[in-house]
Design a protein. Structure first.
Length: 440
């Protein structure tokens, strides 16, 4: 891939780092700009409020990041992050049914957000044609005289005067706080249509010393929220010999922050493996709370007019309910998509990128939104297809108690390895209808 021109990436979180990695192969220089001073050590930072929450890197996300950053999984594992068979080493309790486990090739990484982000950022820092600017906030796009092309961005450093940074391509990886619709409007472009599904989720994560007596010696456990009990619990092994526990509630349910209230909330999940960790394990640090009001998808792929020299990436395109762990995996997939597109004709790059990203997002969006719409209190259209699929998946979970084939099929979709329609293959439908009478 030949290099030409200069690219600027706004936002140095995971999506921005992925974008910078890909752009380094196609542009003479890449500049990363973030509002934060980026820490040299593995540490939380203000600009990533979700960094204190439990993170899960899905199997597809791990594979995609390994493709972008060769050997990343091995590097994380060497730093203490466990590699986890997401089928064979995790207790899955879906809709109240404990799934039958089996060994699989669905391998994730048990890693905290600070370790993952710092490891990836170190890789990007070593790229010869990538540089990080001092902290500054992007406040506007700069356009050509005819406004058909973005030619740079206006940056305002802390306590300093605004300045212009010229670029042949600007990528907005600013996450959910993206101001792209406003910036584009200032250049005379329409805002994208927006889909919003209000879920009103509150998460509280605590970290504990890992004891191999817990979780029957496995590396994770999950029980999901269901209508009538809008509460979720997740335990995941991480680096430094720790378990991260995330308890969450939708529709206004909020885990308490005190020890006893947190433990009682865990017990209300009906999954003793999780509540035992909370009751018995030694906590490391205090609880971290985060609220997530709504999943938001901006439909840039439907726009007919858009300036050349500009892209929107990651959570700035689509922000998913975090309980499904899809965001980093989708961002990594967008990175691979952008790499393929940059290897060809770059004219009207925005159109081909947004259309391709839209197809990438369709599957995980349907999983997240379709599942959230099981709750009558969540506003949104419930088509006959949504109702049918939710009823079918509930029956699949019941059958997966004894049929490991169904559990594997479900987890392949959840990990974004297979598209959702793979659960409707005749062989899978037949097993669901038989109720798992014949175990795989």
């Amino acid at each position: 891939m030949s290099r030409a021109g200069n690219a600027v990436v706004l936002g140095a979180s995971m999506a921005g780092l992925v974008a910078a990695r890909v752009l380094s192969e196609a542009y003479d220089s890449v500049t990363l700009v973030d509002r934060d001073a980026l820490p040299d050590a593995v540490a939380h930072r203000r600009g990533v409020p979700q960094s204190r929450q439990l993170h899960v890197l899905l199997a597809r996300g791990r594979a995609a990041l390994d493709e972008l950053f060769d050997g990343l999984s091995d590097e994380l594992h060497a730093a203490g992050a466990p590699l986890v068979d997401l089928n064979g080493q995790v207790h899955w309790c879906n809709d109240g049914y404990l799934m039958r486990r089996s060994a699989s090739d669905l391998v994730g990484v048990g890693v905290s957000r600070p370790l993952l982000e710092r490891t990836v950022r170190a890789r990007v820092e070593r790229l010869a044609n990538v540089r990080f600017r001092p902290p500054a906030e992007a406040t506007a796009l700069c356009g050509s005289d005819d406004r058909r092309r973005v030619t740079g961005v206006l940056l305002t450093p802390r306590g300093g005067a605004a300045y212009r940074l010229d670029a042949d391509l600007v990528v907005d990886a600013c996450g959910r706080a993206s101001r792209s619709p406003t910036w584009l409007a200032a250049l005379g472009y329409p805002a994208p249509a927006e889909q919003r599904v209000a879920v009103d989720v509150t998460y509280v994560t605590r970290t504990y010393e890992r004891d191999h007596r817990h979780l029957d010696g496995l590396l994770g456990a999950l029980t999901n929220a269901v209508p009538g009990r809008p509460r979720t619990g997740i335990v995941a092994a991480q680096e430094d010999g720790r378990f991260a526990v995330a308890l969450s509630g939708v529709l206004g349910e909020q885990p308490p922050l005190d020890d006893e209230g947190y433990a009682r909330f865990a017990e209300s999940l009906g999954q003793p493996l999780i509540s035992q960790v909370v009751r018995e394990a030694t906590p490391v640090g205090g609880p971290a709370l985060m609220r997530y009001p709504a999943s938001v998808r901006r439909r840039y792929e439907r726009l007919r007019r858009f300036p050349d020299g500009y892209l929107v990436f990651g959570d700035a395109l689509c922000s998913f309910n975090p309980v499904y762990g899809q965001g980093m995996t989708v961002a990594a997939g967008e990175g691979l998509l952008l790499r393929r597109l940059l290897a060809g004709d770059r004219r009207r790059l925005w159109r081909r990128f947004f259309r391709g990203a839209g197809r990438l997002i369709d599957g995980p969006w349907s999983i997240a939104v379709g599942t959230d719409l099981r709750f009558p209190e969540v506003a949104g259209p419930r088509t006959p297809r949504v109702r049918l699929v939710n009823a079918y998946v509930h029956r699949l979970h019941a059958a997966a108690r004894t049929d490991a084939v169904l559990g594997t099929a479900f987890l392949r979709v959840l990990n974004l390895v297979d598209p959702p329609h793979r659960l409707l293959r005749p062989a899978i439908v037949a097993r669901v209808l038989r109720g798992g009478a014949r175990a795989g």
